[in-house]
Design a protein around this ligand. Structure first.
Ligand SMILES: C[S@@+](CC[C@H](N)C(=O)[O-])C[C@H]1O[C@@H](n2cnc3c(N)ncnc32)[C@H](O)[C@@H]1O
Length: 314
């Protein structure tokens, strides 16, 4: 297969549903639609799409009052913005599995308002987490605002059945020992260990071997330090607001398993799809922008060629 064979075509099913929908379908594990979010979801219903999504990820415009060229983030009012985005969430929620998750990527411009809207849709008790993506970067002294270097990811479960996968990040012996603040013992084989406890007020119970603990890594928490894609990074495809693959890898690993369907109805450059396919998930991607669909299809085709060994990744 070469890249040019993987091109979007006007699919007759889109025409039958009565609106414009360009599709690229590859072995039924990837679908790409050029259409507005509402139209994509309307298509799912009209065509009795047989799957439900374990993860719905939205990285919509943030209410930043900016024009990004390929898409505009300018609104007549906050109310209009909230109605639009919460409408997307409400419609998409119907296409989730009963144990699915919806992740809404936003920032300080509207995150608190979106949290309220999402709670009205999923129920307050199904709100699971606020993940902070801290991307850091250049800082300047400022009087009105401290440097704002993070985004907010709001996470709702479809029901109490939804479960995250345990995800660990690497850490080293010295950080672990510093955190535990305990005497380190050495056993007869020279392996270091510390006491593990069964709970407050209960006696020492078992040995924790440092090498095992360090090998497993440290369970992640809700603040993630992941750099933005720098200007010379290989993964940069030139789409404004492109998110790092490392961020999407983590979200997909946490919320889905191989064979699950993932949806991103405003997918921009297709980062969600790249992460999903790499991890053996199936993906529905869409965007109303022709430019976004062109970029994501080219990017995904390239990834598929690399995965099949047809081209060299370097
Ligand atoms: C922040 S960008 C997504 C970036 C993406 N996560 C990435 O890594 O490249 C938001 C996207 O929402 C799309 N969008 C805005 N309004 C839309 C609508 N009504 N229907 C579908 N897509 C829409 C824009 O075209 C834009 O590509």
């Amino acid at each position: 297969m070469n890249t040019s064979e993987f091109s979007p075509h006007q699919d007759k099913i889109g025409q039958l549903a009565g609106f414009s929908l360009a599709f690229a379908i590859e072995d039924d594990n990837l679908r790409v639609a050029q259409a507005a979010v509402h139209d994509q979801i309307r298509w799912l219903a009209a065509n009795e799409f047989p799957h439900r999504f374990k993860l719905v990820y939205f990285d919509p415009p943030f209410f930043s009052n900016k024009d990004y060229g390929t898409f505009s983030d300018e609104w007549t009012s906050l109310q209009a913005y909230l109605d639009k985005i919460s409408g997307w969430v409400e419609q998409a929620a119907r296409w989730m599995t009963d144990d699915g998750f919806l992740v809404l990527h936003c920032d300080f411009h509207a995150s608190h308002y979106l949290k309220v809207r999402g709670d009205q849709i999923f129920g307050y008790d199904n709100f699971r987490n606020e993940w902070i993506w801290h991307y850091g970067g250049r800082r300047q002294p400022a009087i009105l605002h401290v440097n704002s270097k993070h985004d907010v990811l709001l996470v709702w479960a479809k029901s109490p059945q939804s479960r995250f996968n345990a995800v660990f990040e690497p850490w080293d012996r010295d950080s672990y020992v510093a955190m535990k603040r305990q005497t380190v013992h050495v056993d007869e084989d020279g392996r270091e260990w510390i006491w593990g406890h069964q709970g407050r007020g209960r006696p020492h119970a078992y040995r924790i071997y440092l090498d095992e603990h360090v090998r497993r890594g440290r369970a992640i928490d809700s603040v993630w330090d992941i750099p933005i894609i720098n200007t010379t990074a290989k993964e940069r495809v030139g789409y404004p607001t492109q998110k790092p693959l490392k961020l999407m890898d983590r979200i997909i690993e946490l919320t889905t398993n191989p064979g699950d369907w993932v949806a991103d109805f405003a997918a921009g450059s297709g980062t969600t799809g790249v992460a999903a396919l790499k991890a053996g998930r199936l993906a529905w991607l869409g965007d109303q922008s022709e430019e976004a669909v062109r970029v994501m299809v080219r990017r995904l085709a390239q990834k598929m060629l690399i995965a099949s060994g047809a081209v060299d990744p370097s």
